[in-house]
Ligand binder design. Structure first.
Ligand code: ARG
Length: 589
């Protein structure tokens, strides 16, 4: 084989053709190739077991026949063995490992190798998506961090990716804010402007609270706030101007956070964007018989669904207003028609699971009735961020922790860590390093856990040089840079060359490097970046073992060259992998 990027896919294809050659019923045979414990080899195919069972045949005999029918280019690259009840183990030969490393010696080569997987797909990633007039808090962290990592992974795997920030910029809250704004303006316009100039988003947040409390306690205020909302919706110039100001101020504050996290959205099409697109939804849902009027609202029932048969999906409220459901339905159609979306993914808290389930079932029926191809719709859910007491993370006075403050604290703590170590770094360099380590630690701590679980936020575990942490990996990167620096060599000088790894420590590290492809595809395939985190952590460990076992700067030119190339490859894969997770890396630490 000429070094395919993803060896598991290549093996899968080879096994399928061998199956035909060996007389299997190829249509019902799936090889099921996966990476395996290095003790048993590099890959294992265990699809023979199920096939043999269904066919009533002896699995070991079938596995043996399959191995015998493998094409020569596979047996040239892999040692094969039939094991246990009928598994087939594949162990890469050192020469094949060398060829793989030779073929994927640069970031471009890696990207080209990975990029075939999702070619032709258009992924819309809906993530972060906070509500305007409020500061982002720790609950918004996960969506932003996980969404960005998935966006990068999908783009790396060849998809066209559109990052869409579906901000919550429409709804009843704006009537309340506008009401409170006008009250404050009438009381003391100068003071209001001063507050808005100093801390604009905080001030709008305060106005919202004022408006909300007033509406709860005073029916006249509630009516007035509703009237402000109606005026806004009717396009009243003054109210629209206030609303625009809220959006502008909010987006600027969000952008500050996104800059720190390295996020750039392609689109920010909030709920308000779909305002004029919901009528079509009401009409189509009604005409297709999916929606019906119920107590003044327009709703969709899903009688076949165990839970939703009594809990309709409300697509238009009884006061005639659009809601989260109507705008989300309009959003799906727009994404398909305007962007040609094939995959739409919503990186949103799992507590919104019911909303998305109802949304997707409704969309499926609606698209069917209107003869439109349905894109993949997936709720990429995640659990709650918990404090060390096991309860949702809050400040001491029970407030949501602002993301801004959290990132600042990460920086402070990372600076302490950097300063606790001996080094000849300048104060400026230490601050720069602390920025990268601080924010990277927060991102990585989130990404390295299975997103579906609740996640325990612990400063001490996250900002540490020990364990599966950002600091540990960033340090591994910096350490490899320093190896090259000391020798006055550039890692890029080792981008080509396919010498086979020779010693056991070299082979172990090199085999791990080849598995980068599996880690990336596992992470994109399952939409779970933690697979890549775990891989990078293990790779860094493999590198340490290699570096402890072998001297790199030895006199023998061939040994030295080969080992330096392994250092350069490890560096490349670590930097590429961390970049895919959304982290910045450092040359010195
Ligand atoms: N703005 C919503 C919230 O803060 C999240 C929006 C998620 N995206 C969507 N298309 N519903 O909860």
């Amino acid at each position: 084989m000429s070094a395919p990027f993803h060896l598991a896919t290549a093996l899968d294809a080879a096994l399928k053709s061998a199956a035909s050659a060996a007389g299997f019923d190829a249509a019902t045979f799936s090889p099921e190739v996966r990476t395996t414990d290095p003790k048993h080899g590099d890959y294992q195919a265990n699809g023979v077991l199920g096939y043999a069972k269904r066919a009533g045949q002896n699995p070991r005999a079938l596995a043996t026949a399959l191995v015998a029918a493998l094409p020569a280019e596979v047996t040239a690259d892999f040692d094969t063995a039939v094991a246990g009840p009928g598994f087939i183990n594949f162990t890469l030969k050192p020469a094949a490992i060398g060829r793989w490393l030779g073929a994927y010696g640069s970031g471009d080569a890696l990207a080209a190798g990975a990029g075939a997987a999702l070619a032709g797909r258009t992924w819309i990633l809906d993530y972060s998506s906070p509500n305007t007039a409020k500061q982002m808090h720790v609950g918004h962290l996960r969506s932003a961090v996980i969404g960005e990592a998935i966006a990068r992974l999908a783009a790396f795997a060849g998809a066209k990716v559109i990052r869409d920030n579906h901000i919550g910029d429409w709804g009843t809250q704006f009537g309340k804010i506008i009401w409170a704004y006008k009250q404050a303006q009438a009381a003391d316009a100068g003071a209001l402007e001063a507050a808005l100039a100093a801390k604009p988003l905080e001030e709008f947040e305060r106005l919202y609270k004022v408006g909300n409390t007033a509406s709860e306690n005073d029916p006249a205020a509630l009516t007035a706030a509703r009237e402000e909302l109606v005026r806004l919706q009717a396009g009243d110039a003054e109210n629209v101007a206030i609303w625009k100001r809220i959006s502008a101020v909010s987006l600027e504050a969000f952008q500050n956070i996104y800059d720190q996290l390295g996020i750039r959205f392609d689109e920010t099409l909030g709920e308000s964007f779909y305002n004029d697109k919901v009528e079509q939804i009401y009409r189509e849902l009604t005409e297709t018989g999916l929606a019906e009027e119920s107590q003044g609202a327009l709703v969709v029932f899903h009688p076949e669904h165990p839970r939703f048969k009594t809990q309709p999906f409300i697509v238009r409220k009884s006061d005639g207003a659009a809601n989260y459901a109507s705008t989300d339905l309009a959003t799906i159609l727009y994404r398909v028609q305007h962007f040609g979306a094939t995959d739409t993914l919503y990186v949103v808290d799992k507590r919104q699971g019911d909303h998305f389930e109802q949304l997707f079932i409704t969309a499926k029926k609606w698209f069917e009735k209107t003869n439109r191809p349905l894109p993949r719709l997936e709720h990429v859910d995640f659990g709650t961020v918990l404090g060390e007491n096991g309860r949702p993370l809050k400040t001491r006075d029970g407030e949501n922790i602002k993301l801004k403050d959290l990132l600042e604290e990460a920086y402070e703590r990372a600076l302490k860590l950097v300063e606790s170590r001996e080094s000849d770094l300048t104060a400026d360099e230490k601050r720069e390093i602390a920025r990268v380590v601080g924010v990277g630690s927060v991102q990585y701590a989130d990404l390295s856990q299975n997103r579906s679980s609740d996640y325990l936020f612990s400063w001490d575990k996250m900002i540490s040089l020990e364990g599966n942490t950002a600091a540990y990996l960033l340090y591994a990167v910096a350490r490899i840079h320093s190896i090259f620096r000391k020798l006055d060599l550039a890692p890029d000088a080792f981008a080509t060359g396919d010498a086979a790894p020779a010693t056991p420590a070299e082979v172990a590290l090199a085999r791990k490097l080849v598995k980068f492809a599996d880690a990336v595809f596992m992470a994109v395939g399952q939409l779970r970046p933690h697979y890549l985190c775990l891989y990078l952590y293990e790779l860094a460990g493999e590198f340490s073992a290699f570096y402890a076992a072998e001297k790199v700067a030895v006199d023998d030119a061939a040994d030295r060259e080969r080992r330096l190339r392994l250092c350069a490859r490890t560096l490349l894969v670590l930097e590429t992998g961390l970049g895919l997770l959304g982290l910045r890396t450092l040359r010195r630490m």
